[in-house]
Design a binder for this molecule. Structure first.
Ligand SMILES: Nc1ncnc2c1ncn2[C@@H]1O[C@H](COP(=O)(O)OP(=O)(O)OP(=O)(O)O)[C@@H](O)[C@H]1O
Length: 260
């Protein structure tokens, strides 16, 4: 068992945002978190990383309450790629990725060849080797997103948590990043909006709605036309896709289309 939560509740300003969620990420597998806007995906990921503390219930890493795990130990295990992470603009790309090495380095230790190799490998894996010395503020949105993922990879985590990792990416890079994540062989939990990408790249899917876990299981079990219609309010037709995973086609009523 790696990362799990049991009966977790969290709220703010008198409102319950995460309402009694029990969830477990299988070791070495990719768990996709889906749900409508505001359903609580980002909040749940922040609770998993202990960026927020649960109001009740427990988040566990290897069966141990993460509230009792030292921050540095947690940082050696968990890497988090946030949806709109901001980074100090005076930094270069490699400076940002180097931040991922912080939990592995002893205080005042000099920068090692192993640290440099981890940074270079992470940049190469996201296709940014040539951006090594470029100023952060000159990167495009998609390049920043990939650099943040490289920073998380340089951290060499055993659990990787990503909030909308395909945000800002063109289709080629969406597929490349999700393929990379799938092949890492580490436990991964990621929020995704694109249901077809979730079907293609996730081993398991958890569906959140209004802070509650509506369904969890394989993509075939969770991504049914009935569930998508009920939770997202969209009619779909589902067929087997060329990848072997299900393909979701969104059905739009013909009379609703505007004529040009
Ligand atoms: N610190 C906060 N203060 C007040 N409300 C908050 C706070 N954090 C989250 N919320 C509210 O909690 C709900 C869930 O937000 P969250 O960002 O977790 O949803 P999400 O599923 O990630 O949404 P999206 O798909 O739009 O990114 C939203 O209605 C949001 O406004």
């Amino acid at each position: 068992m790696t990362l799990a939560m049991r009966e977790v509740r969290w709220g703010t300003a008198g409102r319950m945002i995460i309402d009694g969620v029990t969830l477990q990420a299988a070791p070495g597998r990719v768990l996709g978190l889906i749900g409508p806007n505001g359903s609580g995906k980002s909040s749940l990921l922040r609770l998993l990383c202990r960026l927020r503390n649960v109001a009740s219930g427990v988040v566990m890493l290897d069966g141990r309450d993460i509230a009792g795990v030292a921050r540095r130990d947690l940082a050696r295990r968990l890497a988090f790629v946030e949806q709109q992470a901001t980074t100090e603009i005076q930094l270069s790309v490699c400076d940002v990725v180097r931040l991922g090495r912080t939990p592995h380095r002893a205080a005042l230790a000099s920068w090692s060849a192993a640290d440099e190799a981890a940074v270079n490998e992470a940049l190469a894996r996201v296709g940014l080797a040539e951006r090594h010395d470029q100023s952060w503020h000159t990167l495009s949105g998609g390049e920043r997103q990939r650099a943040h993922i490289a920073r998380a990879l340089a951290q060499e985590p055993s659990e990787l948590i990503l909030d909308e990792p395909t945000n800002h990416l063109d289709i080629q890079h969406q597929l490349a990043i999700l393929n990379l994540i799938r092949r890492l062989g580490i436990t991964c939990i990621m929020a995704l909006h694109d249901l077809n990408l979730a079907a293609m790249f996730c081993d398991e899917i958890a569906l959140l709605h209004e802070g509650r876990l509506e369904a969890a299981g394989s993509p075939d079990e969770v991504l049914t036309s009935k569930t998508i219609q009920r939770i997202f309010g969209v009619a779909v037709a589902i067929r087997p896709g060329a990848s072997g995973r299900r393909h979701i086609e969104y059905l739009i009523e013909a009379e609703g289309r505007e004529r040009s």
